[in-house]
Design a protein around this ligand. Structure first.
Ligand code: TRP
Length: 450
């Protein structure tokens, strides 16, 4: 046990913090836009299958590893598997955290601008195409989006410096349920719009002809991204969880809450996409051009728009602190920096890349690396390559390297006999998950044709 480590104080605290990490822009911004680009319903089904089959077991695995290790991901692998190369999984996690935080804070910067616009009633009276134009104009700028990116990162840094427990955890417990309620109200408005059915059909009616191998990989990437997996976030949070906590129920509750929010966000967005003639494959701007239309069409739209963007900022913040926390816990525990120094170093690094991501919709729009803008490169490679590869390594570690008895005592409690659920879990992480992830991967890069 490391000295003076923070920890979560209660069962609800654990769930609130882990759900706070999982629920974020991934659910409300990324899920609808990636689903829209990949044809809708069929993508949704595959996504759900990945959550159930791979996501929940991987979350349970990460939490167990973290709680057993009582350290940051790098230190945890060093501790659980000394004199091996497993610590590289931790290194990958820190690298992925940098990439994800960079584009994440760029998008979170957009949500800050939209909160500002909502407060000043700037959506009022605009047509659907004017709202699209508003988004493009704003994101293609130089200073405003960059400044918002840095402001958001600074907010993230301030919370992380203060320590997690007394800051965000406390507020997340109140604000996350509020977000849930607001989305349900938006859902009711969206599904009663004229032409809503087309959107619901797009979301829920699978058309497998639209599903290619690339879409399957993106569904996998999205499921890991949304649940905060494959990066060491849940290892880090697991290390803060009390030994008495039942990890199985924590992992399941968090996954269910996260999936529910993604589905509710989809239901709020797609009916409106079709009702207002927006293209479902509009890309990263989808939520930002869709929802302001919905707000205009509802009584109290002003209040709801302000509340919604406020809560979206909070949801982004509880996720970004979990990303930053991985980097900071690594810097403090392994490089022995103070918490403040570690945060400043991380802020400086991510700040540069965050601004580059933000400029990718503007001056750097035509700057391509490997065929992607910087933003898309970070977004695409982290979710679709780094997270699945690290996820694969993590299940392999728990399935094949770690002693089965240690896994059992972490998940079931010390000396308790294996039950059927646990046996199923072991079977999944030993065989099914590694096989499935590898297959999806090889299929998408074209080494295998299914
Ligand atoms: N899951 C968060 C979201 O949906 C983002 C996030 C936080 C994340 N920590 C992560 C994604 C670790 C991947 C890995 O917005």
């Amino acid at each position: 046990m490391q000295q003076g480590r923070d920890g979560f104080s209660s069962r609800f605290g654990v769930i609130a913090a882990a759900a706070g990490s999982a629920i974020g822009l991934g659910n409300i911004w990324r899920f609808p836009y990636v689903l829209g680009e990949n044809g809708g319903g069929a993508f949704f089904l595959v996504y759900m299958a990945f959550i159930l089959l791979l996501g929940i077991p991987l979350m349970l695995t990460e939490m167990s590893i973290g709680r057993a290790g009582q350290r940051n991901p790098y230190g945890t692998f060093r501790f659980l598997a000394p004199k091996t190369k497993w610590y590289l999984v931790g290194v990958m996690g820190v690298a992925a955290a940098f990439l994800i935080l960079s584009f994440y804070s760029a998008v979170a910067g957009w949500t800050l601008q939209y909160l500002y616009d909502a407060i000043f009633n700037n959506f009022a009276g605009k047509s659907s195409s004017e709202l699209s134009g508003m988004f493009t104009n704003f994101t293609s700028g130089v200073y405003t989006p960059s400044i918002w990116t840095l402001v958001f990162l600074m907010m993230t840094g301030l919370v992380v410096v203060a320590g997690v427990e007394k800051g965000i955890e406390k507020y997340a417990k109140i604000l996350m349920p509020m977000l849930f309620v607001i989305i349900i109200i938006l859902d009711i408005r969206a599904i009663t719009l004229d032409g809503a059915e087309e959107g619901l059909e797009f979301l829920f009616k699978p058309d497998f002809s639209k599903l290619d191998s690339k879409a399957v990989l993106e569904a996998l990437g999205q499921s890991f991204f949304s649940l905060s997996l494959g990066m060491g976030t849940m290892i880090t949070y697991g290390s803060y969880i009390n030994k008495k906590e039942k990890l199985f129920s924590s992992a399941t509750s968090v996954s269910i809450a996260d999936t529910l929010i993604a589905v509710l966000a989809g239901v709020a967005i797609f009916p409106a996409v079709f009702a207002f003639g927006i293209q479902p494959d509009s890309g990263p701007g989808l939520v930002f051009i869709t929802l302001p239309n919905v707000f205009q069409q509802m009584p109290g739209g002003y209040v709801f728009s302000v509340l919604f963007f406020f809560l979206l900022v909070i949801a982004a913040l509880t996720s970004s602190i979990s990303l930053l926390e991985v980097v900071v816990s690594y810097f403090t525990e392994e490089l022995k920096l103070t918490r403040a120094k570690a945060t400043i170093v991380a802020f400086a690094g991510v700040g540069v890349f965050g601004v580059l991501c933000s400029l990718s919709s503007g001056p750097l729009k035509d700057f391509h690396l490997l065929g992607f803008t910087i933003f898309d490169l970070f977004d695409y490679t982290s979710s679709n390559i780094l997270l699945p590869v690290a996820g694969l390594l993590i299940v392999l570690f728990a399935g094949w390297k770690w002693k089965r008895m240690s896994v059992a005592s972490e998940i079931l409690g010390e000396g308790i006999k294996e039950n059927t659920l646990f046996k199923l879990f072991m079977f999944i992480i030993k065989f099914i998950a590694p096989f499935a992830i590898t297959l999806v991967f090889l299929n998408a890069v074209g080494l295998l044709k299914l």
